[in-house]
Design a protein. Structure first.
Length: 555
């Protein structure tokens, strides 16, 4: 069996590989690394998650001289997230060398990127637009380039970067090593390869190496109006690690994330419109475990690699089968196992066959957990968290009470379980028990999908749609300095309050958004520490500056 030691990689790289625990190369690595080390151009056709970054990153570093300052290698990626991810991976391989790696991408400050280029970074990974900008500024010179990599080339062309790629490629030294990696091989990619690569070795991973084979795939038929309720129950029972929920639009991401947060789920929306600094912050929270669920559009999650993602839910069916593969590839990466669930409305159900045909995989039908399943799951978790040790003082306290010990224990258990029985919800989206069979499957297939919320209405969260939330006790109203002119959505404000402010989503009530500010109702007064945390938290580029609402003022 081939191992990394068979590739004759430089000793500093081998030490980094050993420290990471890498042992057996993947199919794409087994073929691409020796070819690139020998100076052969490569065209690699492989899906996301098959180990492409190491396949070109290790040979790339082998060709770079760490004692010579200046750019010797350039990699292009379609998105900022992928540029950051690839740069971080290459930098981890180069930890024992003098090689500096910098990510160059739009939506972020020029200053640190310019500083890294000026200091003589040898490896640049960037998006085509920002790379072109740096070249035009004279900050990025490529006269000494040795290696050129195009990663996810098909996606770059579909996003309209063909002209930028052509301009960059034709300005590079003729004597160079070039690698092109793509999930698919349409004619447009073949033309790029024929134009800019010299007698490349074509490497195509077999279907068995696809990340699809490591993922348990299933589906459920769910009428549109019940999707959010079904999603919340799936996340409550199935999710043991982080999860990504895919939707089609930015508005849907914000709406679904907000509804999950109303149910007490630690969720945040992410889309192409979110500022880069905030995107990096959200992904960092997900990676660190401070955030459990990311509700994302396809563009926002492209290239996202977070090890703790164990579940992907296609809340909206992807428009193309290729998009389905890219979505579920966020889990089960590089041989790890994962789970993927796709919701189909009754009208969308025929799309299941096209996905199965494309992936050569038969999806099994999943039973959505019933409300009883959710409660039993949370009870089991609560029981597993019971303390052990000397409980004599607590036994004495229970014995001194007039209530039966079993009733005390039941009450304490109910208090620790989020899904303890409550009055049924009355909103238009509320489920009815008669809509489910005993296994939890939705029976209301005759229901037609309803439209999403009207974007022209006053934007509020907190109360279920079509109903007003009742709350016993004082309501505290706070003002935040971000409004309609900042294109802020309620979900972004809720995300900041639950994230940086460490507030419980159930404590957040109605949010009214005005042109230059927003008013937030809280069911418990925030602590001084929470207020301090939120003072400089930025949403849509502006600091929240949260403070108690003092009534009418100049607006």
């Amino acid at each position: 069996m081939t191992t990394f030691s068979d590739f004759a990689l430089p000793e500093p790289l081998m030490r980094a590989i050993d420290a990471m625990g890498f042992a057996t190369p993947t199919d794409i690595q087994r073929s691409a690394i020796p070819a690139l080390l020998s100076g052969r151009d490569v065209v690699g056709i492989a899906q996301t998650g098959t180990g492409k970054t190491a396949a070109f990153g290790l040979p790339l570093l082998s060709h770079v001289d760490g004692n010579v300052r200046g750019v010797q290698s350039l990699g292009l990626t379609p998105t900022r997230e992928l540029a950051i991810q690839v740069a971080e991976a290459i930098a981890s391989f180069a930890v024992n060398t003098n090689i500096e790696v910098v990510a160059v991408y739009g939506g972020a400050s020029y200053v640190p990127q310019l500083r890294a280029l000026k200091s003589g970074a040898q490896v640049v990974v960037g998006t085509p637009g920002r790379v072109m900008d740096m070249i035009e500024r004279g900050a990025l010179t490529l006269n000494s380039l040795k290696v050129f990599v195009l990663d996810e080339a098909d996606e770059m062309l579909s996003m309209g970067f063909a002209e930028d790629i052509e301009t960059i490629a034709t300005s590079l030294p003729a004597e160079r090593l070039t690698a092109l990696f793509s999930a698919t091989m349409p004619s447009s990619i073949a033309r790029v390869a024929a134009t800019h690569l010299r007698d490349p070795l074509r490497i195509e991973v077999t279907p068995s190496a696809s990340p699809v084979s490591t993922i348990e795939q299933s589906y459920a038929v769910v009428p549109f109006r019940f999707k959010t309720d079904a999603l919340a129950r799936v996340l409550a029972v199935w999710r043991e690690e982080g999860a990504i929920v895919f939707v089609r639009t930015r508005a849907a991401a914000e709406e679904v994330a907000t509804e999950l947060m109303e149910r007490g789920v630690s969720a945040s929306p992410i889309s192409g419109d979110v500022a880069q600094g905030e995107r990096e912050k959200i992904i960092g929270r997900l990676r660190a475990g401070a955030l459990d669920v990311l509700v994302a559009t396809d563009v926002a999650a492209r290239g996202l690699d977070v090890e703790r993602i164990g579940l992907v839910v296609n809340f909206d069916v992807p428009r193309e089968p290729d998009a389905y593969v890219h979505r579920i590839g966020r889990t089960g990466r590089a041989g790890r196992s994962g789970r993927a669930l796709t919701f189909f409305t009754p009208k969308e159900f025929p799309l299941l066959r096209s996905i199965e045909k494309h992936t050569k995989t038969s999806l099994s039908e999943a039973a959505i957990p019933s409300p009883a399943d959710v409660l039993n799951h949370e009870i089991a978790q609560a029981l597993g968290r019971l303390p052990v040790g000397d409980l004599s003082l607590f036994r004495e306290a229970v014995a001194a009470m007039e209530a039966e010990p079993i009733d005390v224990a039941a009450a304490l258990l109910a208090a620790s379980v989020k899904s303890a029985p409550v009055e049924p919800r009355t909103s238009g989206r509320a489920r009815r028990e008669e809509d489910f069979d005993p296994s939890g499957r939705f029976l209301s297939a005759q229901f037609e999908p309803s439209g999403r919320t009207n974007p022209n209405k006053t934007q509020r969260v907190g109360a279920p749609r079509g109903a007003s939330r009742s709350h016993k006790g004082a309501v505290h109203r706070y003002r935040v300095e971000v409004g309609h002119k900042d294109r802020v959505k309620p979900g972004a404000i809720v995300g900041a309050l639950t994230g940086d402010g460490r507030m419980d989503g159930s404590e957040i009530g109605k949010i009214d958004i005005y042109p230059s500010f927003a008013l937030v109702e809280l069911y418990s007064e925030p602590s001084d520490d929470q207020v301090r945390r939120l003072q400089n938290t930025r949403v849509s580029g502006r600091a929240l500056r949260i403070q108690p609402d003092r009534g009418p003022r100049k607006r």
